[in-house]
Design a protein around this ligand. Structure first.
Ligand code: ACO
Length: 433
């Protein structure tokens, strides 16, 4: 780095290049390398983006060393304790907590967009019943662009806003329908008098032959899970949404791309994988054996729900999840959940083991979420769907921020080419046997 703290100097093949250093409000500075190629003919190389800031953003801040997560400056703990999901949605999308009248208007907008086009219900019937609900989500959310043409003009701010309201409002309906279709039960229409989370639980668990009364403690837990998953700055799925959107694709298609990325077990699919892992271990007494397998690199087994690209400390969301798991199990009268015992034992063993200490591996948001979701009645195949539902507001807020950025360009990474240099075509008859 140069003496001037706001400049970095790179020396490449005898040429010195000065690059500006930009500072955010908090967090690490960034070296602005946008002119590097023009000045030196070289690219930077950072597979996995471990040292690359791909955009400027005002939405979410993470301090991975301290275990801090802020949405628009507000600590996640305060939002989870005192706020609710719809307020969090408003905050993420518009940038400020709503006033009472803004809140009323927003709730109304969301509530009156919860039904989906009736023809969409027939779309589900094209899927096999045993289709993974995430496969259904990718397809149905992508198909929203075929149903809601009047909110696909990305250059119209009002259409962007309507697309946002539609997705926040309809994702629970679409997710609940994926679940109902999967288990062979009739779809349950949304109920406008219920809260966002309570309505979702009802659409998932009510059946036409019985009255369904939503347990407020469970609805609160569901709402909190949504808050905790609402955004997480430039993670893989959010970056996917931004990249898809950078070409001018419509918002529904971009969110479908985000859902596809989220599905992977290294990202949103980890909650499903974490619960399956706890089930396979099954008994706290087997934890040492499992930890030994994880540490043996030849086994290729990872402790799912542990480790994070950014958090090198306890994920603040995991702490809230652990507390919520306790509340839900108590409410449901589940005194000794063997999976919770396995999880606690695993956490204890890992946090005192050199392998995990040296690599700064701590529980992430997915370590305890599966225990809560299972207690609420969701099968593991729905876990990532719930994550997608909650993350939709983060994706759409990040997408909007990108579209409204005057300096926005199509995302187009470069590469270090290691394939064959130029060579001449060889006719088939001259290529040996
Ligand atoms: N179990 C065992 N070892 C691990 C784990 C884990 N869960 N996570 C990382 N490590 C080890 C790696 O083997 C590596 O060891 P090495 O230095 O000896 O090679 C070291 O820790 C660094 O790991 P990387 O994979 O390089 O770290 P990266 O930042 O690329 O990966 C990730 C982060 C993908 C989250 C990883 O920790 C992981 O696979 N965790 C399990 C899956 C999971 O829970 N994902 C959810 C993430 S949160 C979310 O998306 C909602």
């Amino acid at each position: 780095m140069a003496d001037d703290p706001k400049k970095a100097v790179l020396e490449l093949a005898g040429t010195k290049v000065e690059m500006p250093v930009k500072s955010g409000t908090i967090g690490p500075d960034v070296v602005d390398i946008t002119k590097l190629y023009a000045q030196t003919g070289a690219f930077t190389f950072d597979p996995g983006f471990t040292s690359t800031a791909a955009c400027e953003s005002k939405i979410t801040y993470i301090d991975g060393d301290e275990g801090v997560l802020l949405y628009r400056g507000y600590p996640i703990e305060q939002l989870a304790e005192h706020g609710d999901f719809l307020e969090t949605c408003y905050l993420l999308y518009y940038g400020e907590l709503p006033t009472p009248s803004q809140r009323k208007e927003f709730d109304k907008n969301i509530t009156y967009h919860t039904m989906v086009h009736e023809q969409m219900t027939r779309f589900y019937q094209g899927f096999r019943r045993d289709a993974h609900p995430m496969a259904v989500m990718v397809a149905v959310v992508g198909a929203m662009s075929a149903f809601y043409h009047d909110s696909t003009d990305i250059n119209d701010a009002r259409q962007r806003e309507i697309a946002c309201h539609r997705m926040i409002a309809k994702l629970p309906t679409i997710a609940a329908m994926a679940y109902k279709y999967h288990i062979g039960q009739p779809f349950v229409y949304p109920q406008n008098s219920l809260s966002y989370a309570a309505n979702f639980l009802r659409m998932c668990f009510a059946v036409p032959c019985e009255e369904y009364v939503v347990n407020p403690i469970l609805a609160r837990a569901m709402d909190r899970i949504f808050i905790l998953h609402a955004d997480h700055e430039q993670n893989a799925s959010t970056s996917t949404v931004r990249l898809a959107g950078s070409s001018g694709a419509n918002p529904f298609a971009c969110i479908a791309a985000g859902i596809a990325c989220l599905w992977g077990p290294a990202h949103g699919g980890a909650n499903e994988a974490a619960l399956e892992m706890l089930q396979q271990i099954g008994d706290p007494a087997k934890v040492p054996e499992f930890i030994a397998k994880v540490k043996d690199k030849t086994s290729h087994i990872r402790l799912m729900g542990f480790g994070h690209r950014v958090y090198k400390n306890y994920d603040p969301r995991a702490k809230i999840m652990q507390k919520t798991a306790h509340e839900v199990l108590t409410e449901l009268g589940i005194k000794d959940d063997p999976l919770l015992e396995v999880a606690r034992e695993l956490e204890k063993a890992a946090l005192s083991d050199q392998y995990f200490i040296e690599r700064k591996l701590y529980p992430n948001v997915d370590f305890y979420s599966g225990i809560i979701l299972r207690a609420l009645g969701f099968p593991t195949s729905m876990f990532t769907v719930l994550f997608a539902l909650a993350r939709t507001v983060g994706w759409i807020s990040q997408w909007k921020e990108m579209i409204e950025d005057p300096g926005q360009k199509i995302g187009r990474p470069r590469q270090l080419y290691t394939g064959s240099p130029k060579r001449d075509y060889v006719p088939l008859t001259m290529r040996g046997k």
